[in-house]
Design a protein around this ligand. Structure first.
Ligand code: GLA
Length: 674
């Protein structure tokens, strides 16, 4: 095995995108590379969907066009992120191995003509991907253009779960590995209920569509298994590449936009984290969703620099209404990713396709050509990134962690939960948005991580929480940390079974409270809470809390919790060891969270820098300097207090510095070693 490089061998910040030139004649290739030079592009992803044009029949490879392309790019100073096209096997593959097609939960056999149709558990598919990755790496490991390997494309979409016979067989093996024997499986799945007890492994299946809701522990395990199978395919390809090549290997994640893979586990397998991020047009503050994606990408990579592998210059083509980006928005998006740790800013795709499924998707070189505003902004962004090379390798630091656990997402989002209005994603967004508006930079973390470096840990929705992870959170509070937990947390263990002792039981020591009964509200029902002198309004959810040492800092004034013979406690605070545990038992929106989180900040010894509306400020810390990136999302100028040099304009800042409407400033300042 060859030793891997930590980062692609490139100068400065990487800039470019997916390049699919097999759609075009050679004269267009020559124009492409000239325009890449003009716009400062130094890295393109090649070959991600090229299987059918390279392996033209089983074991028959035509490298001629790829040889020519890599040589042309290299001659023009453009480096290559070389893809394995295993997300889209050729027609001949499915004709030869029809059993490798995916079967969906309702039993539909997925046809050819799209992409992502192959079964992750098919021996024929696995043999084919290893053969391709091996041949590709053997041929190009020494090619001077290749600086990075890009395995597959977006594992888990459009197909994750597979209900084919080979997948079911592999699921049984995975279960036997996890539980040892059928007794273990029966216990974990609680099969004594509804008469599901298994007596033979061959009777155990995937949780296919059934007359009523399917055993939730079985469904959760099938999600875990799916994630494991996809990762096993990645590892097969990665290792086939590593046998020949020393460049780093990556695959493109979808951070918070697809929840089918456990990115904490994936982060340990890639050399560099890459992420694809697309704005949700319906989200009026899409920059906050972007920030979540960027912080999650950095966090699953352990804080190391990461690659923004894809985003869009303007509209996408797959949402209900695909809004175009407004002038300056693409640069703000790109530099917001950079602010949060991305050292490579890439797009899907270089040149807009004339044919096929994605012809209405924007591109660096749009259908409108080089006279378009879009192209001018692409050239301008290339020039900007060219001035930011010294940021490379600098790091983001955070004093606050927000818990993000994919398994808890999977478990909570299964059927037959106490209320349809419970949403894991919604709670994470609300708490994150509160922190974003307050100018607090956060990391994401798992409840089992070492959290001791954080002043505040927020658990917006930790429905599934193992006893060991709860113990870790309790120790965190004991050691002086501040923990803020929102409702419907600490409910079940790894097998989706309610904790002994009831809801929240594993956190009762840290929080000084437990939950006797859930009290979901009707649609549109609200319940006022007295919080100090203030009245704040919750909705969706209340709980009957039983105090075990916590003080009541918020009390329900209306709603079912006031009917109980209890303190009508809504929000509690508990000193435990050297720290404090907060619990919030109703759904507060971003505005209503403000007074609560202000009190939590005070306990945590945090003094958020400010609340300049629409101004996003993140600092990257380098060896010799810090870099303050200020992104003004507003239509009017915004002022920040900073001393340094704006690397984008060359202007000096001495105290108050104005960031024009819609613009970004990147200021080199002195180091802050605090
Ligand atoms: C994904 C895929 C790309 C392309 C884009 C379009 O991220 O990886 O191939 O389809 O979406 O937005």
């Amino acid at each position: 095995m060859t030793e891997q490089s930590p980062w692609p061998d490139l100068e400065g910040i990487a800039y470019g995108g997916d390049y699919n030139p097999e759609q075009w004649p050679r004269e267009v290739w020559r124009e492409d590379v000239a325009l890449m030079r003009e716009s400062g592009v130094n890295l393109v992803s090649v070959g991600i969907f090229s299987w059918a044009l390279v392996e033209t029949a089983e074991g028959v490879f035509d490298w001629s066009w790829l040889d020519e392309l890599l040589d042309l790019l290299h001659a023009n100073g453009v480096a290559v992120d070389l893809g394995t096209p295993t997300a889209s096997p050729p027609a001949w593959f499915f004709a030869t191995y029809p059993e490798a097609r995916v079967i969906s939960r309702d039993g539909t056999v997925m046809g050819f003509g799209a992409r992502g149709m192959a079964s992750h558990s098919s021996p024929a598919y696995r043999a084919a991907i290893v053969r391709y990755a091996d041949a590709l790496a053997a041929r190009y490991a020494e090619h001077p253009a290749v600086v990075l390997w890009h395995v597959h494309n977006e594992y888990g979409v459009p197909v994750g779960e597979d209900y084919s016979p080979q997948s079911v067989a592999a699921f049984r093996e995975w279960l036997a590995d996890r539980y040892g024997d059928l007794d273990g499986l029966n216990r974990a799945w609680g099969t004594a209920f509804w008469g599901q007890h298994y007596t033979d492994w061959s009777h155990v299946g995937a949780p296919a569509a059934a007359p009523s809701t399917v055993n939730p522990a079985q469904r959760l395990d099938f999600q875990r298994f799916t994630d494991h199978q996809l990762r096993a395919c990645f590892i097969l390809e990665r290792d086939a590449i590593r046998a020949h090549a020393s460049q780093p290997v990556t695959t493109n994640f979808m951070a918070n936009q697809s929840l089918t893979t456990d990115l904490w586990a994936w982060g340990r397998e890639v050399d560099i984290v890459s992420d694809d991020h697309y704005l949700w047009a319906a989200d009026e503050q899409a920059e906050i969703g972007l920030a979540i994606a960027a912080d999650l990408s950095r966090s699953v990579g352990g804080g190391k620099p990461w690659i923004l592998m894809e985003h869009s210059t303007s509209a996408v083509n797959w949402q209900p209404r695909n809004t175009a980006k407004r002038p300056g928005e693409m640069a703000r998006n790109s530099l917001a990713h950079l602010a949060r740790g991305a050292d490579a800013i890439l797009f899907f795709q270089w040149r807009a396709s004339r044919s096929g499924a994605e012809k209405f998707h924007s591109a660096m070189l749009p259908h409108g050509g080089t006279s378009s505003r879009g192209w001018k902004e692409v050239v301008d962004l290339g020039a900007k990134l060219g001035r930011l090379g010294e940021l490379r390798g600098s790091r983001v630091r955070s004093e606050v962690a927000v818990l993000w656990d994919f398994e808890s997402f999977w478990a909570q989002d299964l059927e037959w939960r106490p209320s349809d209005d419970l949403s894991h994603a919604e709670r994470i967004r609300a708490y994150y948005e509160r922190l974003w508006l307050d100018g607090v930079t956060v990391d994401f973390a798992l409840p089992g991580h070492d959290l001791s470096g954080y002043k505040l840990v927020v658990a917006p929705a930790q429905y599934l929480l193992s006893a060991a992870d709860a113990e870790n959170l309790t120790r965190y509070v004991e050691g002086g940390g501040t923990l803020l937990v929102s409702y419907f947390s600490g409910v079940v263990d790894e097998t989706d079974s309610v904790h002994e002792g009831g809801y929240l039981a594993p956190l009762r020591t840290a929080l000084g409270v437990r939950v006797e009964e859930f009290l979901p509200l009707r649609e549109h029902q609200t319940g006022q809470v007295a919080f100090g002198e203030q009245r704040i309004t919750g909705d969706v959810w209340q709980e009957h809390l039983v105090l075990e040492g916590a003080e009541v800092v918020g009390r329900y004034l209306e709603g079912p919790a006031t009917d109980e013979e209890s303190d009508a406690a809504a929000i509690t605070r508990h000193r435990h060891g050297a720290g404090t545990g907060w619990y919030v038992s109703t759904r507060l929106d971003v505005a209503a969270l403000r007074p609560v989180i202000d009190a939590v900040y005070a306990d945590a010894g945090l003094a958020p820098s400010g609340r300049a509306e629409g101004l996003e400020v993140v600092t990257r810390h380098g060896a010799d300097a810090d870099y303050v990136v200020a992104i003004n999302h507003r239509d009017e100028p915004a002022a920040i207090d900073v001393t340094g040099v704006d690397l984008l304009t060359g202007a000096s800042a001495d105290g108050a510095y104005t960031v024009p409407a819609g613009a970004v400033a990147v200021l080199r300042t002195g180091t802050d070693r605090a």
